[in-house]
Design a protein around this ligand. Structure first.
Ligand code: HEC
Ligand code: HEC
Length: 246
């Protein structure tokens, strides 16, 4: 096609110019170093262009879950991360990136991102044989038990009912607000509780074991707390008026 013919003549022109100018700049043409978006295979470039706005620069301190978190990376694993990056998370703000799903990245680029996260941010040879919670919940969870586990593990920071704690007149924010819960999946909540938000004050499932008597959450407790949070969802979040008109 047209493009082939053009790039063919561009190459021919370069070959002619190479001896004298090194083909550094041809007026009206992109420089030789300009790539098509689908040719970018650098992890930092792909991450910064596609993910950093939500997951934070360097994989932390973004609005969405930190990806530069060895616990998250270990629990989720490369295959899962590739799959989620390709397909997105329905009904959340996590978009699909695979071209087959209307996104902008090739499967190869998605592989570069998933492997790059593991290589740059994973736990390189920590040798920890601590038993991690499963990525996926094994059961539906029991909201009533979750309410109790919430008191044990979460209330000190998120308030007795989940609506936040006031410090110097500033509320820490509600995690039971239906409009928040409408935009996050149960798996998203589970991942956050397991992996925490490093550097942002949200502990992982081990819940900051420091005080005497403190212990890690069990897998079932994580599942139940998610069920309790999910029980605060409502059918039409953000709609202040009744749906039936007459
Ligand atoms: C030591 C204090 C602390 C404890 C304990 C704690 N959190 Fe958090 N949590 C935080 C902080 C601080 C943030 C905000 C982090 C951030 O900016 O992303 C947060 C964020 C969250 C968020 C995300 C809110 C958002 O806007 O994205 C959820 C959901 C959450 N916590 C649930 C829990 C649950 C459930 C538990 C108990 C299993 C728990 N947290 C225990 C401090 C805590
Ligand atoms: C517009 C904001 C946005 C962008 C851009 C974005 N994400 Fe996300 N991502 C989210 C949100 C929000 C979630 C949580 C979804 C949920 O509720 O489960 C998420 C979830 C994820 C998860 C799953 C976390 C889990 O629970 O296992 C992965 C993996 C992920 N994103 C990777 C990426 C990668 C890689 C990129 C870039 C190619 C990216 N995201 C770009 C917002 C974004």
């Amino acid at each position: 096609m047209n493009r082939l013919r053009l790039s063919g003549s561009f190459l021919a022109m370069c070959a002619l110019l190479l001896a004298s100018t090194g083909c550094k700049s041809v007026p009206g043409r992109p420089g030789p170093q300009a790539m098509r978006p689908s040719e970018v295979m650098s992890f930092p470039v792909l991450y910064n262009q596609n993910c950093a706005a939500c997951h934070g620069e360097g994989g932390r301190n973004g609005a969405a879950i930190s990806l530069a978190n060895p616990i998250y990376l270990q629990v989720a694993g490369v295959d899962k991360i590739e799959q989620i990056t390709a397909n997105g998370v329905p009904k959340s703000l996590m978009p699909p990136f695979a071209k087959s799903k209307g996104g902008m990245l090739t499967d190869q680029q998605i592989g570069v991102i998933a492997l790059g996260m593991e290589a740059n941010w994973g736990n390189v040879g920590s040798g920890s044989n601590e038993k991690l919670p499963a990525y996926t919940a094994a059961t539906q969870g029991n909201a009533a038990n979750g309410a109790q586990a919430y008191q044990t593990f979460c209330a000190r920071c998120h308030g007795a009912d989940g609506t936040g704690v006031k410090t110097n007149g500033v509320n820490s924010g509600s995690i039971v607000d239906p409009s928040y819960l409408a935009l996050v999946s149960d798996q998203g909540l589970r991942s956050l509780i397991i992996a925490g938000q490093p550097g942002q004050g949200m502990p992982n499932w081990k819940s900051d074991i420091s005080g005497s008597g403190a212990r890690a959450m069990t897998d079932q407790e994580i599942t139940d707390v998610v069920a309790w949070l999910a029980s605060h969802r409502i059918a039409s979040p953000g709609q202040p008026y009744a749906t039936s008109i007459d």
